[in-house]
Design a protein around this ligand. Structure first.
Ligand SMILES: NC(=O)c1ccc[n+]([C@@H]2O[C@H](COP(=O)([O-])OP(=O)(O)OC[C@H]3O[C@@H](n4cnc5c(N)ncnc54)[C@H](OP(=O)(O)O)[C@@H]3O)[C@@H](O)[C@H]2O)c1
Length: 201
């Protein structure tokens, strides 16, 4: 299975580190082109492939890891208009540079808004509650497993992402649909962001 990560910043590279460490191939991209990611690839080893946004978007599972204000443009640049049941993982939070103003979501959860950007896709919100250093760290410290939360409206996609997370060493917890689970994960406002939990075994 290949994983495409759109966004090669703090969150994108933390996830790339964990997924390549568990033997997955990661196609990592930013808006400036694969040639700007060669140094990162050298650091991470052969599982990390510098890619264009379009190549990342063609992977088996696609992860969105760009700032909120650049999300629309990033998804548009994939050129995909029908995501045809494909799994898209949303790591984003609805604020960020340049001004850290929280976006007006019209009462919806941020991932419900993101789901509209990938019509036909099966969107799963995940990996948005931990800081990059914690997310990129060993998910099995002292034989325990770090908890990551996920939610989404497609049970099969949630299960697939949970399996992927489990293979990478985390202990996934499926919170259910975006309206409820997404709200628990929402930053700012939800109770789960920054919670760094370890589960036995
Ligand atoms: N940092 C945190 O503590 C944290 C925690 C949880 C969730 N998050 C969320 O995760 C997302 C990423 O945050 P981050 O901290 O990783 O941000 P970041 O360090 O600023 O990295 C953002 C990345 O996105 C790329 N990018 C921007 N526009 C793009 C486009 N149109 N196409 C492709 N790539 C593009 C940037 O590269 P170029 O500009 O060179 O293209 C950069 O590699 C945000 O939505 C944030 O809210 C952050």
């Amino acid at each position: 299975m290949t994983i495409g990560i759109i966004g090669a910043g703090a969150i994108g590279t933390a996830l790339a580190r964990r997924f390549t460490a568990s033997g997955q191939t990661v196609l990592l991209s930013n808006s400036r082109g694969p040639e700007t990611l060669h140094a990162t690839a050298t650091r991470f080893g052969q599982g990390l492939v510098p890619a264009t946004v379009q190549e990342s978007a063609a992977a088996d599972v696609v992860i969105l890891a760009v700032p909120w204000h650049r999300l629309k443009e990033a998804v548009a640049s994939t050129g995909i208009t029908d995501w045809a049941g494909r799994i898209v993982i949303d790591t984003t939070n609805p604020l960020g540079p340049p001004d850290f103003k929280v976006a007006d979501l019209g009462g919806r959860t941020s991932s419900e808004v993101v789901a509209d950007l990938v019509p036909g896709g099966r969107l799963v919100k995940a990996f948005n509650t931990l800081t990059p250093p914690v997310l990129g760290a060993d998910p099995r410290p002292d034989g325990k497993r770090r908890v990551i939360f996920l939610s989404g409206d497609h049970h099969s996609a949630n299960a697939e992402v949970a399996r992927l997370a489990q293979r990478a060493g985390w202990a996934p917890i499926d919170l259910g649909p975006l309206t409820d689970g997404g709200r628990l994960q929402q930053f700012p406002g939800g109770p789960l962001p920054t919670l760094n939990l370890l589960r036995e075994g």
